[in-house]
Ligand binder design. Sequence first.
Ligand SMILES: C[S@@+](CC[C@H](N)C(=O)[O-])C[C@H]1O[C@@H](n2cnc3c(N)ncnc32)[C@H](O)[C@@H]1O
Length: 235
Amino acid sequence: MSGLPSAKRFVFAETSEAPPGGGARRLEVFVPEVLDPQYGMYIWPCAVVLAQYVWFYRNAIRGKTILEIGAGASLPGIVAAKCGARVILSDGAETPNCLDNCRLNCQINNLEDVPVVGLTWGQISPDLVLLPQIDIILGSDVFYEPKDFEDILITIFYLMQKNPHVLFWTTYQERSADWSIEALLYKWNLKCVHIPLKTFNANEQHLAGSSLPGSHTVHMMIITLRTSIPSATNS
Ligand SMILES: C[S@@+](CC[C@H](N)C(=O)[O-])C[C@H]1O[C@@H](n2cnc3c(N)ncnc32)[C@H](O)[C@@H]1O
């Protein structure tokens, strides 16, 4: 990393509690520290927790097609790609510098073939329509602005029309006790399960050799379809 003196290093290591199945025992990921006021240019506490979840379940994601939304510095997506998933990274279509940052972070981590697309939540754009069938969607700290909550779920719901078995793995940081997505989940026929951090070794203030998530309260949840969508063959 001689050319990047200010890159942060994240080290994911095997522990005895990891599910069996082989796979890498240690992984190093480098993310440059960028001084930029845009939210997508640096790593948020949620990213390390979601990346730890991806790492913990690395044997289950191998060969899966994974889309990261609001990827920013893309730590979870980069970990997934390093563990053998086919990863597509995305961030807002109107933030080309965040998209360039995703590309840079892939390059730094020797991931040459990870596509980066502009996907703005709630917009059924050609880039969204043209995506392949996705197995898992990653979203770290995307629920931070209540006005965007429904747009995020619209994008997720759209992808579930193509594959009703899509799992949305997402982490959020507790910022206000008043925020809730319960009603929106109901409206969009979705449900969510909370995953205790200790079940994937993320109940620590320091993860992956970093000082994150620190004292921030971060939650992990998995969002899926509540009931399957009737198809023409079922009716
Ligand atoms: C708080 S940052 C989290 C970044 C990264 N996932 C992480 O946890 O380190 C929120 C991310 O969502 C992206 N974002 C914000 N509004 C968006 C929108 N309407 N559509 C798509 N992405 C958006 C931002 O560019 C930024 O990358």
